[in-house]
Design a binder for this molecule. Structure first.
Ligand SMILES: [Zn+2]
Ligand SMILES: [Zn+2]
Length: 255
C-alpha cells in the first residue's frame, strides 16, 4: 500500500492510499488533483472519506463520485453532498482491504470525525482532517474548548507510531507559536530544523506521528508545568485544564 499527499489549493493535502490498482482519497476539496493522480498512476477510485463539512474538504466529492462511482463516507451529523454513507464514532468501514474505525472528534466543527486504521504496512494510520495539525490544532468554529481538548486527548492516546495525516501544511507557522510556548523544548527545536529543511525542498512535513506530536505539540501538552506557566503569563485567569487549553487556543489566534 502506498500513502501520498496530493497538494490542493494553497496549503491543503488530499491524502491518497492506493495498491497500484485501486485508490481511496480523504477530503478532496477539489477534484482535479485527484483526477490527475488517478490518470498518472492508472488507478481506479474506490472510496472517498470525508472528515467534516468545510468546502476545502468536500468541494471535489460530487465530481469524483460521478467520474468514478466511488463510495463516499462522511460524518453522520454534518451537511454533506448526498448520497453518502454517514458514520459516527465506533463505526467501521472497509476500503482497499483496510479496516478503518471512526472516531468522533468535535471541536473544529460540531460533527467532525477522524478515521483510524490499526494496520497499514505494519503501522497505524490516522486521517484527522482539521482537528490535529503538526504542532497545532484546528480553530474552534463550532465546538467548545472542552470538546476539542477531549478530542485531542483521544487522538493523543492512539499508539505512538500512528502516522498522522493532517489536511493542511501548517507545520512551520504552528512551530513558531509552539516555540513561544516552550522555548526550552529540545525535541521541538530539533523538529523545527527538520521541518524547515523539508519545506525548503518543497517537501511535505507530513505525515507526523502521535509520538512526535506528544513531544512537540503544545495543544497536546497543556498539562505540562512549563506550558501551564507560559499560558498563565498570557492569561492569568486560566487555572483548570479546560481554561488553560482555551487560553492557549486564544493566544494562538492572536499570535
Ligand atoms: Zn475545516
Ligand atoms: Zn481545512
Amino acid at each position: 500500500m502506498l500513502l501520498i499527499p496530493l497538494p490542493a489549493f494553497t496549503d491543503n493535502y488530499i491524502w491518497m492510499v492506493h495498491d497500484e490498482r485501486h485508490a481511496l482519497v480523504v477530503d478532496p476539496g477539489e477534484a482535479q488533483p485527484v483526477l490527475e493522480a488517478l490518470q498518472r498512476l492508472s488507478l481506479q477510485l474506490a472510496a472517498i472519506l470525508v472528515t467534516h463539512h468545510h468546502g476545502d474538504h468536500t468541494g471535489g466529492v460530487a465530481a469524483l463520485r460521478e467520474a468514478s462511482g466511488a463510495q463516499v463516507f462522511g460524518p453522520a451529523h454534518e451537511p454533506m453532498p448526498e448520497p453518502l454513507t454517514r458514520l459516527s464514532g465506533g463505526d467501521q468501514l472497509q476500503a482497499l482491504g483496510l479496516n478503518f474505525r471512526v472516531i468522533d472528534v468535535p471541536g473544529h466543527t460540531a460533527g467532525h470525525i477522524a478515521y483510524f486504521c490499526a494496520d497499514m504496512n505494519n503501522a497505524p494510520l490516522l486521517f484527522c482532517g482539521d482537528t490535529l495539525f503538526s504542532g497545532g490544532c484546528g480553530r474552534l468554529f463550532e465546538g467548545s474548548p472542552a470538546q476539542m481538548l477531549a478530542s485531542l486527548d483521544t487522538l493523543a492516546a492512539l499508539p505512538g507510531p500512528t502516522r498522522v495525516c493532517c489536511a493542511h501544511e501548517y507545520t512551520l507557522s504552528n512551530l513558531e507559536f509552539a516555540r513561544a510556548v516552550e522555548p526550552g523544548n529540545q525535541a521541538l527545536a530539533d523538529y523545527t530544523a527538520k521541518a524547515t529543511s523539508l519545506r525548503l525542498q518543497q517537501q511535505p512535513t507530513l505525515p507526523s506521528s502521535v509520538l512526535l506530536e506528544r513531544q512537540i505539540n503544545p495543544f497536546l501538552r497543556t498539562r505540562h508545568a512549563t506550558v501551564i506557566q507560559t499560558v498563565q503569563a498570557f492569561d492569568a485567569s486560566a487555572c483548570d485544564e479546560v481554561s488553560i487549553f482555551a487560553a492557549l487556543r486564544q493566544w494562538k489566534n492572536q499570535f
